[in-house]
Design a protein around this ligand. Structure first.
Ligand SMILES: N[C@@H](CCC(=O)N[C@@H](CS)C(=O)NCC(=O)O)C(=O)O
Length: 241
């Protein structure tokens, strides 16, 4: 039995973290039986990040290593894809996880109107009188990290312009199939849809959230992915009809 150590669901998503949502979806797609253990504190993890899975005594952390573990168990997330498609899939995963993700961080932690809702959802277990104090320090450190990364130096409008070509790249693929690589979800969908879904689910009405929520192609894709992941062994092809 596999136990996924994950952040709890939030804002209607399977987890507050899109990487955890990705791991949940990969586990569902793999057909393995698994259970979840929710936490809000990743400090006991080897890299102080989530998700991780526990398989008997072994801890496997990082959603990419979780994927590799599941593939080692015999599941090919990209079955039927050509070498060229697998190469493109890898690039899409990197685009989602190493670029799109940071836009979510800034939307949730950097926007003064969104932050109180995010804080009170992520950290609801910390008693209210202490919550502001503890999370203010954490927020400062996250935003310092985003400043170093670079995106934190852009205005929300500049950020939206920066991510637009990524959204166009996703949309272009969706003109050709109802998932990124055809009529079934593959590994790239687990990453890309998890990021886009988190953007759409962010509370409030940031520029980015509005951009995604008003895009019919992206919203239909996200709804399809969520439906497919609720019944991963179901008839996903009919979702494309
Ligand atoms: N490359 C990792 C990234 C995981 C990650 O960044 N997790 C974030 C949540 S979205 C985290 O746990 N952050 C805690 C921290 O940095 O203190 C993966 O794919 O699993």
């Amino acid at each position: 039995m596999i136990t996924l150590i994950t952040y709890a669901p939030a804002f209607g998503q399977p987890s507050a973290s899109p990487y955890c949502t990705k791991a949940i979806w990969l586990l569902n797609m793999s057909g393995q039986s698994w259970g979840r253990s929710d936490t809000f504190d990743p400090r006991s993890m080897p890299k102080q990040k989530l998700p991780a899975i526990r398989v008997e005594e072994t801890l496997i952390h990082d959603s990419d290593d979780i994927r590799a573990y599941l593939e080692g168990q015999g599941h090919d997330f990209d079955a039927g894809l050509s070498d060229m498609e697998r190469a493109t899939s890898r690039a899409f995963i990197r685009m989602a996880e190493e670029h799109m993700y940071f836009h979510i961080v800034l939307d949730r932690w950097g926007d003064d109107r969104t932050w109180p809702k995010v804080r009170d959802t992520y950290f609801k277990m910390i008693p209210k009188p202490l919550r502001r104090f503890i999370t203010n320090r954490l927020r400062k450190s996250v935003l310092r990290g985003m400043h170093m990364q670079g995106l934190g130096r852009l205005t929300a409008k500049e950020r939206l312009a920066r991510i637009e070509p990524d959204l166009q790249a996703v949309t272009t693929r969706l003109w050709h199939g109802c998932f990124l690589f055809g009529n079934r979800p593959t590994a790239a969908d687990a990453s890309v849809a998890a990021m886009l879904g988190a953007m759409r689910a962010t509370p409030g009405s940031t520029l980015l959230k509005t951009r995604i929520a008003e895009d019919v192609i992206l919203c239909r894709y996200l709804d399809r992915m969520e439906q497919a992941m609720r019944a991963p062994n179901g008839d996903v092809v009919s979702l494309c009809a």
